[in-house]
Design a protein around this ligand. Structure first.
Ligand code: FHN
Length: 620
């Protein structure tokens, strides 16, 4: 064969090879791309996945308004008793409260056989109550796992006779019934040797740290979270807890937040992933730097919502999260329904707990209450689900929630005279009717005074606990800030909860002895109240505040109707020791609306005061 032909054949075979190789490469990329799962903030193919905005992620949660908390685990076996004795405290803490050694407590796994567990039934009970999501303890502080973990043998599949994957059955049932599945997960772990087990029974308050905690976090906790998200998800929320331990820090919390977000970009994560819990319960805007998508006030309802801050009140139905056979201190349906409306009126969520038995049954008393709530929600659910916060301050008869063009007036105290007064509403009212009235027969409505709406309502409430009256209005709610009015003795008490706060850090705080304007660390912040003076004349002015020793000496001014009174903050002992101080007398020359202002002039020591009230009293 001559050289030219050999050369030509060689060239042809090389080109063919190159073409085949190129084709194979393109095919491989196409196949690989097709198989790419964008389960991470960066997809497996390396390009960034579009991160949903916080509002996009939070949308379903903000619509939901109501969820079920489930505390279930080995602690349901002793159910509040140990060695024949009743153990105080919350049921899921019995390992700690009864000082049970780890090796003793572990034996409960062999007794945990909840043969009556029915995931479909649990989800049905939640759904019928009007709940839109379920948060269940995947692992509580005791370390026992309710799913088939490949990272641990201390789980339902390996350590118990039940040998069914509880979380998997719940995931299937939630998907079937359209309920979002969320997992509670404890950072603190009383069973793991690299976590708090070595200190047992002083789980963490001995002030000690485990030098191997980082190993627990990296090689145990994070792989378990990966299992939960990837094998049981997509999840609605990862609800962390047990974050207060000495071994856990806010930077670790922020890193864990990013790790979980990388596993599922649209998942929600609560503020207990780090150290944000304390701040968010105070609902101070200043705590926004903490990791977490929402705050978690526990067994309490913040007195005021805070625009731009999402929070969820979690609450037990009796006094324990985990089942205790003898805890029968059940909250009434009335209290639970009022809590639901109160929380929704602040634009936030209610996470109501059940603690199932060791057999796998939700206690009958819980089922009864959830059924009653469900009956109310069946008629009134649109006044809770998908609503936003009230435009009013406090209303004397109940609460208010909002949908576009509609105000839902939750009337707890039904007016005896047939007139329901809505003070301060400037909008044009299109129609008023009872939400329970399927015909939506219009109720009489008249305007009275500057901005009061009076609705003619039936003499008897439709629902003795909470009757909802719907006000259809034109435009966005437009509400005059209510004015404080005089009591029978002519005095006017301006309370912190009703103050208008002007500033970025100062906030109303309540609970634990507080009912005051607090976090007053910016002297440019000030507060005002609208006041309606019925009787002109002299008024004495008293101010009530608390100021811890060492933070005193801020100078401030009180203005009212052209009068000015000066004051200097004195120490009162602590931030919750409130004392009243007479500031002097002012003269109000004409009746009508005016504004009272309290504004700092100086703040030499870090905070102004915890201001509880200002009181005006007719001076003789
Ligand atoms: O210690 C836990 C407690 O057992 C329960 O789980 C509550 C629910 O929010 N969280 C912790 C206490 O704040």
């Amino acid at each position: 064969m001559d050289k030219e032909r050999i050369l030509l054949r060689s060239i042809i075979s090389i080109r063919t090879y190159v073409l085949l190789a190129a084709f194979a490469a393109v095919l491989a990329v196409l196949l690989f791309s097709a198989g790419c799962k964008s389960t991470h903030a960066k997809s497996a193919c390396g390009e960034p996945v579009k991160q949903a905005s916080k509002d996009e992620r939070m949308h379903w949660w903000r619509e939901a308004r109501f969820g079920m908390f489930i505390h279930w685990g080995l602690y349901a076996v002793p159910a509040g008793e140990w060695n024949g004795k009743r153990i105080g405290g919350i049921g899921e803490w019995i390992m700690n409260s009864a000082q049970i050694p780890v090796v003793e407590y572990e034996k409960l796994a062999g007794q945990f056989n909840p043969v009556k567990f029915d995931a479909d039934e649990w989800v049905r009970i939640a759904k019928n109550a009007g709940m839109k999501y379920i948060v269940i303890t995947s692992k509580h502080h005791d370390g026992f796992c309710l799913w088939d973990s490949k990272v641990s043998k201390y789980d339902i599949m390996d350590a118990s006779p039940f040998k069914r994957d509880i979380l998997k059955e719940l995931a299937v049932a939630c998907k079937k019934q359209g309920i979002r599945l969320c997992f509670y997960h404890s950072i603190m772990d009383w069973h793991h040797p690299d976590a708090q087990a070595p200190f047992y029974p002083n789980y963490n308050d001995g002030g000690k740290s485990n030098p191997n905690f980082a190993r627990y976090a990296e090689t145990y906790m994070k792989p378990q979270l990966k299992e939960l998200v990837e094998n049981y998800g997509p999840l609605g929320v990862l609800w962390f807890d047990g974050e207060w331990i000495r071994d856990w820090t806010e930077p670790q919390g922020k890193a864990l937040y990013e790790y979980v977000r990388g596993l599922q970009p649209d998942i929600l994560i609560n503020n207990r992933v780090g150290k944000g819990r304390k701040g968010m319960e105070g609902l101070s805007k200043g705590d926004q730097e903490y990791a977490g998508d929402f705050g978690t006030p526990e067994q309490q309802i913040p007195a005021k919502g805070l625009p731009g801050v999402d929070w969820e009140s979690c609450m037990t139905m009796n006094d324990t999260w985990g089942y205790k056979s003898y805890d029968n201190n059940w909250k009434s349906v009335e209290d639970l329904l009022h809590n639901l409306a109160d929380i929704a009126s602040k634009g936030d969520n209610f996470l109501l707990n059940v603690g199932p038995t060791a057999e796998g049954l939700i206690p009958a008393a819980s089922i009864e209450r959830l059924a009653a709530i469900g009956a109310w929600m069946k008629i009134n659910g649109e006044s809770i689900t998908g609503t936003t916060a009230s435009p009013f301050g406090r209303v004397p008869w109940g609460r208010c929630t909002v949908r576009p063009g509609k105000l839902y007036l939750h009337v707890f105290d039904w007016p005896r005279d047939g007139s329901l007064v809505v003070a301060g509403l400037k909008n044009k009212v299109v129609k008023a009717y009872l939400l329970a009235d399927s015909k939506r027969e219009p109720l009489g409505v008249r305007r009275e005074g500057e901005a009061d709406i009076v609705i003619a309502v039936p003499n008897r409430a439709v629902d003795p606990v909470n009757t909802v009256v719907v006000l259809e209005i034109q435009g966005e709610p437009d509400v005059a800030v209510p004015s404080a009015v005089a009591a029978a003795d002519g005095s006017i008490t301006l309370k912190a909860i009703d103050a208008i706060i002007h500033g970025s850090t100062t906030a109303y705080e309540s609970g634990n002895g507080k009912d005051n304007i607090g976090f007053w660390t910016d002297p440019a912040d000030y507060v005002t109240w609208n006041v309606k003076i019925a009787e002109p004349g002299p008024y004495s002015v008293e101010i009530e505040y608390a100021c811890t020793n060492g933070s005193e000496d801020s100078e401030y001014i009180v203005w009212l109707a052209g009068n000015e009174l000066a004051g200097k903050v004195e120490q009162t002992g602590s931030w919750t020791d409130f004392k009243s101080f007479k500031l002097g007398t002012v003269r109000v020359d004409k009746a009508g609306g005016c504004t009272l202002t309290v504004k700092p002039k100086t703040m030499p020591k870090g905070a102004v005061m915890n201001l509880k009230s200002v009181r005006l009293a007719p001076a003789k």
